[in-house]
Design a protein around this ligand. Structure first.
Ligand code: FAD
Length: 303
């Protein structure tokens, strides 16, 4: 089956959904493809999104779908896009996992990022329940508790400095990612923050509630939650495949209105590595890209 849309959006997180809303209201024909595996799907509640603080991620998505249902030119397809090909007329052909194809004049990449967590047995039993990756998202819920901070990238000092605002009882586990400079470690120890360089072998706790980290040597350190540092990469390969310029942090480079270096291809949300990576920021970025797309389509119509 072949269909022609003004815009195909890959990704139905806050960035893609927000773009679909603005474009639907601008009377554009939009096809939004969403595999529905957003970064925050392990979380029980999303925080910090004004008017939606504490709402489960799936409930926020449902509210967005309900709102979009008012705009008949927006179609949501719950499938994974496998392939994007450039058409001779400059448009795009998208093929999903079921082998169906769609055509669109423009493409918005809003597929987000995928995280790589340190490989520690049992980590996913606690991730999203009492182990998190972002203090701004979940620090309030863990305030004043004894916390473990698990290194997983080169920003251990930054993680410790940040979380210290929420709890002073911190244990930093480098777990093989020893990026702490001597003066950084001194600054941590001066504030009573402990640093342990042993390898973590697992976790202790029940129903997602962490009570201790277990080291590979058999030792344990009590804690009541914590944060784990992640490494991030693009969730979908299309920006690289289409030849979009990327930022030094692995995000899709845009001009601030969603335009990438490839004509007709736009990007929004986490996939652009906008900082900070937050739901409300991704939603705003989706709006910005939608208006960029609509402005370009309007200019083209009057050229
Ligand atoms: C554990 C955790 C908790 C978090 N908690 C909070 C919080 O409380 N508050 C907050 O502000 N931020 C939070 N965040 C950050 C927030 O989740 C992200 O900043 C936000 O989801 C980014 O939105 P996005 O639309 O860019 O991408 P996403 O929300 O990741 O959405 C991208 C969508 O694209 C889909 N997709 C990917 N590839 C394809 C494909 N090929 N075809 C079709 N669909 C595809 C994905 O399945 C996904 O549904 C949290 C992050 C994590 C990891």
């Amino acid at each position: 089956m072949w269909n022609l849309f003004d815009i195909a959006i890959i990704g139905g997180g806050p960035a893609g959904l927000s773009a679909a809303l603005v474009l639907g209201r601008a009377r554009r024909f939009v096809a939004l493809f969403d595999e529905a595996k957003p970064r925050n799907r392990v979380s029980l509640a999303s925080h910090g999104f004004l008017t939606r603080d504490g709402t489960p991620p799936a409930a926020m998505r449902k509210m967005a779908h309900d709102e979009l249902a008012a705009y008949p030119s927006v179609r949501i397809r719950g499938s994974r896009v496998e392939e994007v090909a450039r058409e001779p007329d400059g448009g795009f052909r998208l093929t999903d996992a079921a082998g169906e194809s769609w055509r669109a004049a423009r493409l918005l990449l809003a597929a987000g990022l995928k995280e790589l967590l340190p490989e520690i047995p049992g980590l996913y039993d606690f991730y999203g329940r009492s182990l998190f990756c972002c203090a701004y998202c979940d620090g309030w819920e863990l305030r004043d508790r004894p916390l473990v901070l698990i290194a997983g990238n080169d920003h251990t000092f930054h993680l410790a400095k940040t979380v210290y605002n929420w709890s002073k009882d911190l244990l930093v586990c480098t777990n093989g990612y020893d990026s702490l400079e001597p003066e950084e470690e001194r600054a941590l120890r001066e504030r009573g923050i402990r640093v342990d360089r042993r390898e973590i072998g697992g976790f202790v706790g029940e129903d997602g509630q962490l009570s201790a980290v277990r080291f590979a040597d058999g030792g344990e350190a009590a804690c009541a939650g914590g944060f784990v540092a992640e490494r991030l990469r693009q969730a979908a390969p299309f920006a690289e495949r289409l030849g979009c310029a990327m930022t030094p942090y692995g995000g899709i480079e845009t001009d601030g209105a969603g335009r990438t270096s490839v004509p007709g291809v736009y990007a929004a949300g986490d996939a652009t590595c906008i900082m900070p990576a937050q739901l409300i920021v991704a939603a705003a970025d989706g709006t910005r890209a939608a208006i960029g797309i609509n402005e370009d389509m309007t200019d083209e119509a009057f050229a």
